[in-house]
Design a protein around this ligand. Structure first.
Ligand SMILES: [Zn+2]
Ligand SMILES: [Zn+2]
Ligand SMILES: [Zn+2]
Length: 284
């Protein structure tokens, strides 16, 4: 299974275009892995996590076509994760050739929020109607926390994120061909019930990706900071949630307390995890 990071930044990208702080200045000077677009990811060539605002740029920069994407797991409707104009951009009405129907999985709150935004800003019909399915090559699916579902070859379980109350934000455990991934952004500390479900269902991940919005000296809000990520990784290891050779990666990285890539990755490796960067492809 292949896992590609299309973007690894928090809401304002990193470096922030309008910011002259030392971290943004350093990242801008160094370039390369220190340039982060808003978070999104791709599994194999057909499962997208988040229809984010930078996926067009990511597809071009990293030479990663998205025309075979059939499934999208949407974490939540915040603007750094959901740009609904992509639903139009991949539709036959825009002359797009060959894109299959997009099976779009999200919570009720995320679907409702998307439908409201879509009607207000983009089109005069309901995104959740049969008309939209016909016009846009788009099929929404409402998912519930802790209820496993299938997305083609993938077995998926959504976990409630500790983030944006009332928005139905989700984290995803995704399994296929005997390999398992946990994608955990945006979130503060995982809920007790999530840890219980990991235990009850003997969930064991080969790859864990966690929110790392803030550096070690910044306090987390409804996101994790570096210290909290380290605590989560330790607990996962202690509770057998990580497979023996599992790797833990940080994503959703903001300029607050996080230096440019190489420095941050050195810190991370000293503490048992790694830092993702845009365009990183992992074979798991
Ligand atoms: Zn975010
Ligand atoms: Zn900055
Ligand atoms: Zn968010």
């Amino acid at each position: 299974m292949l896992f590609t990071f299309l973007g690894t930044a928090a809401a304002n990208a990193f470096p922030e275009a309008f910011c002259a702080c030392p971290n943004c200045t350093q990242a801008r000077t160094l370039g390369g892995k220190s340039l982060r677009k808003r978070s999104a990811a791709l599994m194999n060539n057909d499962l997208l996590i988040d229809l984010g605002p930078d996926i067009m740029a990511a597809s071009q920069i990293h030479r990663t076509p998205l025309h075979q994407v059939r499934y999208c797991l949407q974490t939540h409707p915040h603007a750094d994760h959901l740009d609904l104009s992509h639903i139009l951009s991949r539709s036959p009405a825009y002359g797009v050739v060959g894109a299959p129907v997009l099976e779009f999985y999200a919570s009720r709150e995320t679907l409702d929020h998307a439908a409201e935004t879509f009607r207000r800003d983009l089109a005069d019909f309901n995104l959740l109607s049969p008309e939209a399915e016909k016009e846009l090559n788009f099929r929404p699916h409402r998912i519930e926390p802790f209820e496993p579902f299938r997305a083609g070859p993938y077995s998926v379980t959504a976990f409630p994120a500790n983030h944006a109350p009332g928005m139905g934000a989700m984290l995803y455990a995704i399994e296929a061909t005997g390999r398992s991934v946990f994608y955990g952004t945006d979130t503060a500390a995982l809920f007790d019930q999530s840890w219980q479900v990991f235990r009850q269902r003997n969930m064991r991940f080969d790859l864990v990706i966690l929110d790392h919005t803030y550096g070690p000296d910044e306090s987390g809000t409804d996101h994790l900071n570096a210290i909290q990520l380290i605590e989560h990784a330790h607990r996962m290891r202690a509770e057998g949630v990580l497979a023996p050779a599992a790797r833990v990666f940080a994503t959703h990285i903001a300029h607050e307390g996080n230096p440019a890539h190489d420095l941050l990755d050195t810190f991370a490796r000293e503490h048992g995890y790694e830092v993702a960067f845009d365009g990183l492809v992992l074979k798991i």
